[in-house]
Design a protein around this ligand. Structure first.
Ligand code: 2RA
Length: 330
């Protein structure tokens, strides 16, 4: 089993290595791959030192699985080259997500759709993953008509430079500006680029990816995605209208029984999900469950997950584990 991590030097790449280590992911060879400027850099994994290699060399080594987190343009150019030599590519970028020939996978929801013919698998957007995993058991039980989501997204979703901007501002220092405005002590209602319809690409990702993962274009979705000066994870206020009425105790029970979901819902004792308690965890945390009395069959919920974990690295590693478990790669 030859495993490659492409984009190994980035925030998500580093998190992928952490998750691989925690999961004791089995491999015979590990290739850490990055852009030319990082070739030769030494990265330690489980006490062994690995020298970063370039993409050409990585393809020639014909890895069985390559987990990508290297941006959309690199994925568009290089994922097919890996696939041509038989590599299964699990890609964290948005490059392949809405390609009708590619599977968009949250393992707990739709891994069963993966077949031996699938050589490029798309990892959904972090803000989509945590929402659809929390909604899936409720969709199965009650059917979903409409979702209204507002997000509160960590600067780690942008990358290390954004974290550096926030910390520099917090320390009263001048530094590189990633965002158009100050992020510390502020919120920016703008993630990715604005579209002609007034939505941002991030909001359209949540809308379109949710429909694809659920396999149901009839579900109405609207989203407002916001950047906030925090670490540890993305938070989301989700308002969901079901096709039929629900029972709040049954909702809690269904969520509690869902693999990868942890219910933290005891406001009297100040128990609810927060980024500081989701940080470095692989699960999606759900709380503030309450009926929306302004509309029939409608529930409010608060959903938090570490966007670098279940939102990216953990989901990708779980897809790789699915391939191994079902002998889709040797
Ligand atoms: C963000 N979801 O949070 C996007 C990409 N990681 O910036």
């Amino acid at each position: 089993m030859r495993l490659a991590v492409v984009g190994a030097t980035g925030l998500v790449g580093s998190e992928i290595l952490e998750v691989l280590s925690e999961h004791n992911f089995p491999f015979d060879e590990l290739y850490l791959v990055a852009s030319a400027r990082s070739v030769g850099k030494i990265i330690s994994y489980k006490g062994k030192e690995y020298s970063v290699i370039g993409l050409d060399e990585a393809v020639s080594l014909k890895p069985d699985i390559a987990i990508f987190s290297a941006g959309g343009s690199t994925s568009l150019e290089w994922a097919p080259k890996f696939a041509e030599v038989g590599t299964v590519v699990i890609d964290n970028s948005s490059a392949w997500r809405m390609d009708p020939s590619k599977k968009l996978v949250v393992p707990e929801i739709n891994a069963k759709e993966i077949g031996p013919e699938d050589k490029i698998i798309a990892n959904p957007n972090c803000s989509t993953i945590q929402m659809v995993l929390a909604l899936e058991p409720l969709r199965q039980r009650y059917g979903i008509k409409r979702i209204v989501v507002s997000t509160y997204q960590s600067v780690t979703g942008t990358g290390k430079a954004a974290v550096d901007q926030m910390m520099a501002e917090r320390n009263g220092e001048e530094g590189e500006k990633v965002y158009p405005y100050k992020i510390d002590m502020n919120v920016i209602p703008h993630i990715d680029v604005f579209q002609e319809n007034g939505y941002t690409k991030e909001e359209m990702k949540m809308i379109n990816e949710t429909k694809k993962i659920f396999g149901d274009d009839s579900i109405q979705v609207t989203a407002t995605t916001v950047r906030i000066p925090t670490m540890g994870g993305h938070s989301e206020s989700v308002n969901v209208e079901f096709k039929e009425d629900f029972d709040l105790d049954e909702v809690r029970q269904l969520l509690s029984e869902t693999e990868g979901v942890i219910v933290q819902d005891d406001p009297e004792n100040l128990i609810y999900p927060m980024p500081i308690t989701a940080h470095k965890k692989d699960e999606v945390f759900v709380g503030r469950l309450r009926r929306d009395h302004s509309q029939p069959n409608t529930l409010n919920m608060w959903v938090v997950a570490d966007n670098l974990r279940k939102g990216a690295a953990t989901n990708a590693v779980q897809i790789a584990e699915y391939f191994l478990k079902h002998a889709l790669v040797q």
